[in-house]
Design a protein around this ligand. Structure first.
Ligand code: AMP
Ligand code: ZN
Length: 119
């Protein structure tokens, strides 16, 4: 499958991993938007939140468990963080393998709403 994150999972594209188990991989975002910016992804290819089925919903719960652990490991549990999923065109999802952004390490700006480029 021609999917960037599947290639990161199989190792044919390098990444700076911070966590891996049988279901999940987490690695540093290549273009960090905050001092800590990690992407948490399932090993199974799910295109977006729209494609999450009842059968693979447990993986979404496990991703939240991993986010909680990584926040502690990366030293941002106490100071706080955001866990963000962008879905589809209006969510500005650019990689179509579901992923959750874990952001922290500085006071984050207000959540942005409608962008100027919105068509
Ligand atoms: P999204 O806009 O929610 O689809 O997020 C995709 C994220 O993937 C962006 O924050 C990119 O910076 C990040 N990204 C793209 N290519 C890579 C890569 N090779 N390694 C790590 N992160 C990447
Ligand atoms: Zn994929």
């Amino acid at each position: 499958m021609d999917c960037l994150f599947c290639k990161i999972i199989e190792g044919s594209i390098p990444s700076n991993k911070v966590f891996e188990n049988e279901n999940i991989v987490a690695f540093h975002d290549i273009q960090p938007a905050a001092p800590i910016h990690v992407l948490i992804i399932p090993k199974v290819h799910i295109a977006s939140m729209n494609e999450v089925s009842p059968e693979n919903m447990p993986i979404i719960a496990e991703i939240h468990q991993v986010a909680q652990k990584l926040a502690v490991d990366l030293g941002i549990a106490e100071s706080g963080f955001r866990l963000i999923n962008n879905c589809g065109r209006d969510g500005e999802q650019t990689v179509h393998h579901i992923h959750f952004h874990l952001l922290g390490g500085a006071k984050l700006g207000a959540l942005t709403g409608i962008s100027n480029s919105h068509q």
